[in-house]
Design a protein around this ligand. Structure first.
Ligand code: GLN
Length: 312
């Protein structure tokens, strides 16, 4: 099924239709995340993909209007919001090197003195959300307001069932937060931080919403209303960190196959940026062992292969 919202430029629609058809014929779609029990029941055959053009045109195929759990995709937006507020001082508290370890790993934190490798693993995202909480008094609501504004969808919201499910099974994130606090790298009380972080991860949004909300990165830092959130250089920096760290210990393979800045989440979504041109969001809940959507990576691989659009 293909639905179009506007007709001003649907350049990539035939490519998306071809990809959806190919994905539909491909068996073996991975398994939905089950360490957050509320995510486990998702159907791995679900698939949606959207492209947003820089003029706000958005179109897609499959279940591109279906909200899903954004999870770690939100780490891109909290990083943008905090980097815009704090500037380079943020990098004293979180690094920007690939970790080569799973997204929820604890191992590097001790020998690197509580400074996480990058803002897209859980430890790094906890630091960013903590600092955004200090500056705004409500990190998750600040994020939600930003996503509503950039997607043009005032109905975006937290999924309270998923937030509650993750809270009930959040021991590893709690361990990361407590451990970093022992090094003085977390400012707020750990329960406050976890409350904000789990609400952040629980936001439900569709491929259309997320493709639109990501366009500020393809516009080199300019928001949907024409105001500037990030300097051109900061937008470049975030795109670079997405390329090198956005899919965790599979970032090398993602760069090899897709060749775009991208960020995945265990809800099965992936956003990707073609700087200066457009953004993409794909969703399919079946994950590989590193927590990236199997059909999502395959679809983005096909997109850049068929169109020749990549940063390389
Ligand atoms: N909320 C999830 C967690 O903290 C996000 C992880 C992910 O999407 N990779 O474990």
């Amino acid at each position: 099924m293909v639905i179009m919202t506007t007709t001003s430029s649907l350049t990539f629609l035939p490519v998306l239709e071809r990809i959806a058809e190919e994905i539909g014929r491909t068996p073996g779609r991975g398994r939905p995340a089950d360490y957050i029990p509320a995510l486990a029941a998702r159907d791995p055959r679900s698939f949606g993909m959207a492209v947003a053009e820089l003029d706000g045109t958005v179109y897609g195929v499959g279940e591109w209007r279906q909200p899903f759990s954004t999870q770690s995709i939100t780490k891109v937006f909290t990083l943008a919001l905090e980097l815009a507020r704090e500037g380079d001082e943020l990098w004293e508290h979180v690094g920007r090197e690939p970790s080569g370890n799973p997204f929820n790993s604890l191992v590097q934190l001790e020998y690197e003195n509580g400074i996480p490798r990058n803002p897209f693993i859980n430890a790094g995202a906890l630091v960013v959300t903590d600092r955004l909480q200090t500056r705004t008094g409500d990190a998750a609501d600040t994020l939600l307001a930003f996503l509503r504004a950039e997607s043009g969808n005032p109905d975006l919201d937290f999924d309270r069932q998923i937030a509650a499910s993750e809270t009930a099974h959040g021991d590893r994130n709690a361990a990361l937060a407590h451990f970093m606090k022992s090094y003085g790298n977390i400012e707020n009380a750990v329960p406050t931080l976890l409350f904000e972080y789990f609400r952040q991860c629980s936001i439900a949004a569709s491929c259309a919403d997320l493709a639109l909300a990501t366009t500020f990165l393809a516009r080199h830092g300019i928001c949907a209303d024409g105001t500037r959130l990030l300097t051109r250089s900061q937008a470049k920096q975030i795109n670079a960190i997405m390329l090198t760290c956005g899919t965790y210990d599979a970032a090398g393979d993602f760069a090899y196959r897709v060749g775009l800045p991208g960020k995945s989440g265990v809800g099965g979504g992936i956003i990707a940026v073609v700087p200066g041109r457009c953004t993409l969001c794909v969703w399919s809940p079946g994950l590989d062992e590193r927590g990236n959507s199997v059909a999502g990576v395959a679809a983005l691989d096909r997109f850049t292969t068929l169109t020749g659009l990549s940063v390389f």
